[in-house]
Design a protein around this ligand. Structure first.
Ligand code: OAD
Ligand code: ZN
Length: 257
């Protein structure tokens, strides 16, 4: 399989399908996979960071200064995510995991759409927006209702925060270790809907490349990872992933698997 060239249209899909049927893949997803479920991305034209300043909302300092403001923003996002439904991209990717073609989905997303699409293996690098964590004792709660005001810990009464990674914070160790293991042993890194600028998440597919593996990118726009991609599918995830799954199923059928 030739490397380095960009591919578009059906040719790219065919090359991606061939790679995915020959080797074990791991997926890295970003906000773009949830865009067609109505969950806004961070960067780009309608991105959240165009309308809000990250340092005023997504840092430990911002929370200390004004927890009410931070919670107002998170409650709005939680409400939006609760109303959202997994799209055809989440569903097709879950199917690829069920078929054993993709070992696991490593996601930067804090929404729960991969889980709701019944993906058998999800590693959450940036935490889970549907969960609250006590700032004092670490107790965790999954929100049944969208939190109002600043929620208090049922165990110790301290303020609870969203269980997500903020700027300047470390990633959950267990998730990062598992992700590094997955990308180290993968033959293919399938990178979907991420701008590839937030580290260490963006470095993960490069581990696969360093070990001689391939990188497939699915994204309507060029990204920081495009120069490293062996196959580029310039299409929305909700369109590209079902097409890719169909091609894989057809290839397996022809081979009689
Ligand atoms: P970004 O908002 O940086 O990038 C979203 C990417 O999705 C862009 O490259 C878009 O071109 C692409 N995109 C848009 N619509 C798409 C579609 N329908 N299908 C496929 N791709 C599409 O989001 P992330 O890369 O996920 O961190 O951002 C990484 C991190 O930055 C986030 O996890 C968040 C943020 O600060 C934390 O919350 C810690
Ligand atoms: Zn507590």
């Amino acid at each position: 399989m030739p490397r380095g060239g960009e591919g578009y249209g059906n040719r790219a899909l065919e090359r991606a399908a061939a790679l995915l049927t020959r080797g074990k893949a791991v997926a890295l997803t970003g906000a773009g996979i949830s865009a067609d479920s109505g969950v806004p991305t961070f960067r780009g034209e309608d991105g959240l960071w165009r309308r809000y300043r990250p340092e005023e909302l997504a840092t430990p300092e911002a929370f200390q200064k004004d927890p009410g403001l931070v919670w107002e923003w998170y409650s709005w996002r939680i409400e939006m995510i609760k109303k959202a439904r997994p799209n055809a991209g989440h569903v097709a990717l879950a199917e690829m995991v069920k078929l054993g073609l993709v070992e696991c989905v490593v996601t930067q997303n804090v929404d729960d759409l991969h889980e709701r699409a019944c993906t058998p293996c999800v590693v959450k690098l940036h935490g889970n927006i549907m969960v609250g964590r006590c700032t004092s004792c670490g107790f965790r709660v999954r929100w049944e209702d969208v939190p109002k005001g600043v929620p208090r810990c049922p165990q110790c009464g301290s303020a609870m925060r969203p269980d997500v990674v903020w700027f300047g914070e470390a990633l959950p160790e267990e998730a990062l270790t598992k992700a590094i293991e997955l990308f180290s042993r993968a033959d293919v890194a399938l990178v979907i809907g991420t701008s590839g600028v937030v580290r260490p998440a963006a470095d993960l597919p490069l581990i696969t490349k360093e070990k001689g593996g391939y990188l497939i990118e699915i994204n309507p726009e060029p990204t920081a990872l495009t120069p490293y991609a062996d196959v580029v599918i310039r299409e929305r995830a909700s369109v590209a992933l079902p097409k890719l799954l169909d091609m894989i199923l057809e290839a397996l059928r022809v081979r009689g698997e």
